[in-house]
Ligand binder design. Structure first.
Ligand code: GAF
Length: 370
């Protein structure tokens, strides 16, 4: 295994534990997590492997096969930079429950595709440390710790979806998560049995200011909830009445969050009824709402969705935070080539960089692999 080999070469011994944590795509329920709402992500087949041994001192020695060079040595958490912050943040959140560690990281999540490589990195490291120090955390506690590392150490005000998907997903299933109660259920997502594929369309386009826009959306939702006198937009039961009390962007954001929560529940209902082929309309409605009400789509994402529908997809939507990254399309296997061709030629016509296509197979969550 590459992470183990790299660990041995750099640190001169075998790692005490090796964990793998996957990235995710979100089937539906976008930006609902930090509004105490519902999400339905699933783990993808790609992820992050962390080979880890504890140390007797508080030093962290860290290497990544994706950032060649000597191990980074960190003796003070505040020294960490770039990708190392996601790892050091997890150690920082564990505080005096752990000491230092030697860590080798390997990952195969397509970079920049919006498939949550940072959550996978956090969860892989959190799981390995929990295991090493016998901390007795549940998978959800590992996810929450990882989210805290991202919120409080890295400074990204994300919700719980990505870390929970990485920590809790089960092969062949999507993860239905209530982001308030943190109750979750694995929902069977047997695409092959229905001759369907969920195709990831990586637009390979990234827009500046995505982080700032994310924080702005979150603040708008919190402000709208305050004006409506509810703890979170999840609590809005009378949408028409709520919209009468709001204006401008806050009105639009509320419209998206309230309707998106209903779409998640409806989609779960269809999956439970074995009606995967019927979920397309909900995916399309989610995309339009993210584009027009939440305003987090991009020209590249919109074109990926439109062109895949023209090519015969049953439904399509942007997935993840938005402003670039990936879209997903639900496609009958006999239409896959026509969907890819439709999207590729639409991008080529505009002179845009060719998108990348990846089939998304619902995969297992974080696990010890050695
Ligand atoms: C990003 C965040 F990290 C998630 O918490 C979630 O809010 C998502 O955007 C939007 O649904 O992936």
């Amino acid at each position: 295994m590459r992470a183990t080999d790299a660990f041995r070469a750099a640190f001169g011994a075998d790692p005490r534990t090796v964990w793998h944590a996957p990235g995710r795509v979100n089937l539906i329920g976008e930006h609902t997590d930090y509004n105490d709402g519902f999400v339905l992500p699933f783990a993808v087949p790609w992820g992050v492997t962390a080979a880890v041994s504890p140390r007797d001192d508080s030093t962290i020695r860290l290497l990544s096969l994706q950032s060649p060079g000597d191990p980074v040595v960190i003796s003070n958490h505040e020294e960490s930079r770039g990708w190392t912050r996601y790892v050091v943040g997890v150690l920082a959140m564990l505080g005096d429950r752990v000491r230092g560690a030697d860590i080798a990281i390997d990952g195969d999540i397509p970079p920049g595709a919006g498939l949550s490589s940072s959550a996978a990195l956090e969860v892989a490291v959190a799981s390995a440390l929990d295991d090493l120090y016998d901390l007795g955390m549940t998978p959800m506690e590992r996810a929450l710790l990882s989210q805290r590392a991202e919120n409080d150490f890295v400074g990204m005000p994300c919700g719980i979806m990505d870390q929970a998907a990485s920590a809790l997903s089960a092969e062949g299933h999507a993860l239905f998560l209530d982001c308030r109660s943190l109750g979750s259920r694995n929902i069977p997502l047997d695409l092959a049995a229905h001759g369907m594929t969920i195709l990831i369309i990586d637009t390979r386009a990234h827009h500046e200011h995505a982080g700032g826009e994310y924080a702005k959306r979150r603040a708008e939702c919190e402000s709208a909830a305050r004006k409506l006198g509810v703890a979170a937009l999840r609590d809005v039961t009378d949408l028409a009445g709520a919209l009468d009390l709001l204006q401008g962007d806050e009105r639009k954001r509320t419209m998206h969050i309230v309707t998106e929560n209903h779409r998640v529940e409806a989609l779960v209902g269809l999956l439970r009824a074995g009606a995967i082929t019927e979920i397309g309309a909900l995916l399309n409605a989610s995309h339009l709402s993210l584009r027009d009400q939440y305003e987090v789509s991009s020209p590249e994402l919109d074109l990926a969705v439109e062109a895949s529908l023209r090519g015969g997809a049953r439904g399509a939507r942007m997935t993840g935070g938005g402003f670039g990254g990936s879209a997903i399309a639900l496609v009958a296997d006999d239409r896959l080539e026509s969907v890819k061709e439709s999207v590729s030629s639409a991008y080529a016509e505009r002179g845009w960089q060719a998108p990348r296509f990846l089939p998304a197979t619902p995969s297992a969550g974080a696990r010890r692999i050695s």
